[in-house]
Design a protein around this ligand. Structure first.
Ligand SMILES: Cc1cc2nc3c(=O)[nH]c(=O)nc-3n(C[C@H](O)[C@H](O)[C@H](O)COP(=O)(O)OP(=O)(O)OC[C@H]3O[C@@H](n4cnc5c(N)ncnc54)[C@H](O)[C@@H]3O)c2cc1C
Length: 376
């Protein structure tokens, strides 16, 4: 564990779900906290996420356990915040295989872990999941995961940030690009773009896809596999769909304003990175994505694009979360992960507890940043 417990002041770099959920947990424990972020809150990956809450499919058992606990936290949040019901839905997830594939094994595996996974025919799927066209479901059937859902991260981030401020914490937006200050082998401050300095006993880097670069500047190597990605968001549309759909050509969920949010592997792969680093997305790709979404919905509604949310999707080099103290630099902690929507509340809680108590969570054992420097 890092050398600091019960710190006087914690400075957090990053106004996404990980940064804000860590900040609120620290503030609830009466720790003085300052969060800084370059733009508005939720202007990074958290603001353009499919945010499907799940641990479907196959992954390491520790990662599965962490995600299960992550979903559990969201269920508690939902119970405690009926007034924000629009931001968090548990209406299940439906997924089926593409041509030449079968999801039977995936279903058996999910069941073997005790993950709620129900095999359904197209007709049963249509009953369980209003709003879909059963004609497009694979002939073999589909997997329905009743315990899954989705969250509108910007809403939750706004609520948590307000609580941080209410509890006396500072949340500083639009401060430009920040970096970690290191002195005498420890992280001592965050420097903002205008060279002001926020001194702290502990610094947390939760900068989404920018995390590996920021840690790299501080001399800490963390594997990075963050791809360019985008979601297409439609204008509000008449549809009974509430369940998250993961279909062969498009993943879709509802948006809080009645629109739909969608992405897919093939559309992500079509993104071009221009010489100036900007992401270029063809109109034809977006049009096809909207068509793929329309094709799986009852009545095949015309979907109108509202906006595109494009940027990098945070994915560590080995695909597993990176959470906890950075062994190479005292006073520095980080949180960097794909599935950050699923893990959002939980990771903030575990990280804050480790910072305050100095006690390592066994749930995070295999996710430590130092596995990269050890070459694991
Ligand atoms: C297209 C897409 C689909 C996804 N689908 C899912 C899903 O279905 N389920 C799921 O669980 N997860 C999903 N994710 C992943 C999830 O959204 C992310 O893991 C999570 O939002 C990351 O939150 P974060 O706080 O780590 O980072 P971010 O939300 O990126 O927040 C980091 C913040 O730090 C700021 N920042 C960065 N660098 C600096 C700097 N140098 N100085 C100051 N500020 C800085 C950024 O502007 C940003 O606001 C998806 C992500 C994407 C992009």
């Amino acid at each position: 564990m890092n050398s600091f417990s019960n710190p006087g002041h914690v400075a957090i770099l990053g106004g996404g779900i990980f940064g804000v959920s860590t900040a609120v947990q620290l503030a609830r424990r009466d720790i003085r906290v300052t969060l800084v972020t370059d733009g508005d809150l939720a202007s990074g990956a958290s603001g353009r996420s499919l945010a499907w809450l799940n641990t479907a499919g196959q992954r390491s058992l520790p990662y599965h356990a962490l995600r299960l606990a992550g979903i559990d936290r969201w269920k508690t949040w939902r119970l405690n915040h009926p007034e924000h019901a629009e931001a968090l839905h548990f209406s299940g997830g439906l997924t089926w295989a593409g041509e030449g594939e079968s999801f039977r094994e995936r279903h058996s595996y999910e069941r073997s872990l005790g993950y709620d996974s129900v095999w359904v025919s197209a007709e049963q799927a249509a009953e369980l999941v209003p709003g879909i066209d059963p004609g497009v479901i694979a002939e073999e059937g589909a997997i329905f995961n009743p315990g899954e859902g989705w969250v509108d991260l910007p809403t939750v981030i706004g609520i948590l940030a307000a609580e941080v401020r209410d509890r006396g914490g500072r949340v500083l937006e639009n401060v430009g690009r920040c970096s970690v200050v290191t002195e005498g082998g420890r992280a001592t401050a965050i420097a903002t773009e205008d060279s002001s300095r926020i001194d702290a006993d502990v610094v947390v880097v939760a900068a989404g896809p920018q995390t590996p670069a920021l840690l790299g500047e501080a001399g800490v190597g963390v594997g990075d596999d963050s791809p360019a990605a985008f979601v297409a968001v439609t204008r509000p549309v008449e549809s009974d769909l509430q369940t998250v759909l993961n279909t062969p050509n498009v993943a879709i969920r509802r948006a809080v304003d009645g629109g739909l949010i969608m992405d897919s592997g093939w559309s992500e792969e079509s993104i071009r990175i221009a010489q100036d680093g900007s992401l270029e997305i063809d109109d034809a790709v977006v049009a096809r994505l909207l068509e793929e979404a329309s094709a799986v919905l009852t009545g095949h509604p015309t979907l109108e694009l509202d906006y595109i949310g494009a940027g990098y999707k945070p994915i560590p080099g080995d695909g597993e979360p990176v959470v906890g103290p950075v062994d190479e630099l005292a006073g520095l902690y980080t949180a960097f992960s794909h599935s950050g929507a699923t893990l959002g509340l939980l990771v903030g809680e575990l990280l804050a507890n480790e910072i305050v108590d100095g006690v390592a969570s066994p749930l995070l054992d295999t996710f430590r940043p130092s596995r990269f420097s050890r070459g694991e």
